[in-house]
Design a protein around this ligand. Structure first.
Ligand code: HEC
Length: 107
């Protein structure tokens, strides 16, 4: 019985630890970049796009990236190629866009 309580206690500590880290730690931009499939066009490192005509993103400053991603999502930016990316921006929250942009800027 004691050991069960102890296990439960450890479990609770682990769960509450996770809950706390979800609140305090910002979203992992690098993980999101892959989860949201950005890598499939812009390359795993954000600087080896699959088509020469697709932009290299790495090293661009975060504010610029945030503005561009929002414009693409809101269809305010629309040149010949923008449409290919629009569907991939639809599920991005403001926080996702910020986290991904900061990760790209750091590459
Ligand atoms: C289907 C391919 C594709 C996917 C997937 C994709 N993009 Fe793009 N992305 C493009 C293309 C093509 C452009 C250039 C659009 C244009 O010319 O307006 C672009 C442009 C951009 C730009 C603007 C770059 C600049 O220099 O202005 C950013 C930032 C960007 N993408 C980030 C992302 C992020 C973040 C994701 C994942 C959520 C993503 N892209 C997913 C194809 C894609």
């Amino acid at each position: 019985m004691k050991s069960i309580l102890k296990t439960l206690g450890i479990g609770l500590v682990a769960v509450s630890g996770l809950a706390i880290s979800n609140v305090t730690v910002a979203a992992d931009g690098g993980a999101l970049y892959t989860q949201k499939l950005c890598n499939t066009c812009h390359g795993a490192d954000a600087k080896t796009p699959i088509q020469p005509i697709y932009p290299k993103l790495a090293g661009q400053n975060a504010e610029y990236l945030i503005a561009q991603i929002k414009d693409i999502k809101d269809k305010k930016r629309a040149n010949g190629l923008t449409g290919t990316m629009v569907p991939f921006t639809m599920s991005l929250t403001e926080d996702d866009i910020k986290a991904i942009s900061e990760w790209i800027a750091a590459q």
